[in-house]
Design a protein around this ligand. Structure first.
Ligand SMILES: [Zn+2]
Ligand SMILES: [Zn+2]
Length: 299
């Protein structure tokens, strides 16, 4: 039976935001102020991921000076190259990049750029697919991506297109094994922060350890609810969580099972409907409609 590494990997959970901008690209705040905003809100870590574009001087902002004993940063960027099937620039989130990543060449296409980021050691996510109409055929060209953004907060509040679940589930139904992540993509021109985060299980709150856990899928994503444990058995999955009004297991196509109620904290769901489809993932929703998502597991 499958194991979810978020709950079987040793260590503790660290809260972080993986996708953020500063005024080194099109964000409103200095990098130091962005880091302070998250640090003061109790986040354990932040990846500042400014747009890696020529117009901004290909920034990979050195956020190391803003680390403290209780807060760390991961170097990263949102990288861009031509072209999606709708003819737009790709947006790929690369978390855990070296500060000296070579600029994107004028003739470098997105699949090559993705390969280069992966080779450099990054956790790579397909950013906000709903926001710009990314197709499954587009995503198929980005081999080795670790995750799809299932929730992008700024895309949600500014464009009502924050949801990436359709693409994520299509990829997994098609046989690809790809995880998910929830992010802010905060730019600070409006209140587009503290909407989506990850809880990463690691031995220590340190950049390399966090990136390794991200790449191994040892994390879950949330807008607020906490998932304490997920235990897959042969026929059922048990979910231990903060006060929930819905706990759902989803699989291929329309396959799902759920329990709806009030103040649920421990729920057992049947796997019968999802197991045959090859993968399952859990969603926990609270009274306010805020959700938490586990990564998929595969049979
Ligand atoms: Zn973007
Ligand atoms: Zn962004």
């Amino acid at each position: 039976m499958p194991l979810d590494p978020a709950f079987t990997t040793p260590g503790r959970f660290f809260k972080g935001n993986l996708h953020t901008h500063s005024n080194r690209s099109d964000g409103a705040l200095e990098p130091e102020a962005v880091c302070a905003t998250y640090r003061d809100a109790g986040y354990d870590f932040l990846a500042l991921t400014d747009h890696f574009l020529k117009s901004y001087g290909f920034p990979i902002v050195d956020t190391r000076p803003f680390r403290t004993n209780a807060f760390t940063t991961i170097l990263g960027a949102e990288v861009h190259a031509p072209a999606t099937s709708l003819g737009e620039l790709w947006h790929l989130l690369a978390v855990g990049l070296p500060a000296d990543l070579a600029p994107t060449a004028a003739d470098e296409a997105a699949p090559e750029l993705a390969r280069r980021c992966l080779k450099a050691g990054a956790f790579l996510a397909i950013a906000h697919p709903g926001w710009y109409g990314l197709t499954r055929a587009d995503a198929d060209t980005i081999e080795g991506a670790h995750a799809v953004e299932i929730y992008n907060h700024t895309s949600h509040i500014r464009c009502d297109r924050g949801d990436g679940s359709a693409l994520l589930d299509q990829l997994n139904a098609g046989g690809r094994r790809i995880a998910l992540c929830a992010v802010d993509d905060a730019h600070f021109h409006c209140r587009d922060y503290f909407g989506g985060f990850v809880m990463v299980k690691a031995a220590e709150n340190e950049s390399d350890a966090l990136v390794e856990s991200l790449k191994a899928g040892a994390y879950y994503s949330s807008q607020g609810p906490t998932i304490e444990d997920v235990i897959y058995g042969d026929d059922t999955v048990e979910v231990v969580c903060s006060s929930a009004s819905a706990v759902i297991v989803l699989g291929r196509g329309s396959s799902a099972a759920q329990q709806l109620g009030r103040d649920m904290r421990r729920v057992r769901l049947p796997l019968e409907r999802v197991k045959g489809g090859g993968f399952a993932r859990i969603v926990v929703a609270d009274e306010d409609g805020r959700r938490a998502w586990t990564n998929p597991v595969w049979w």
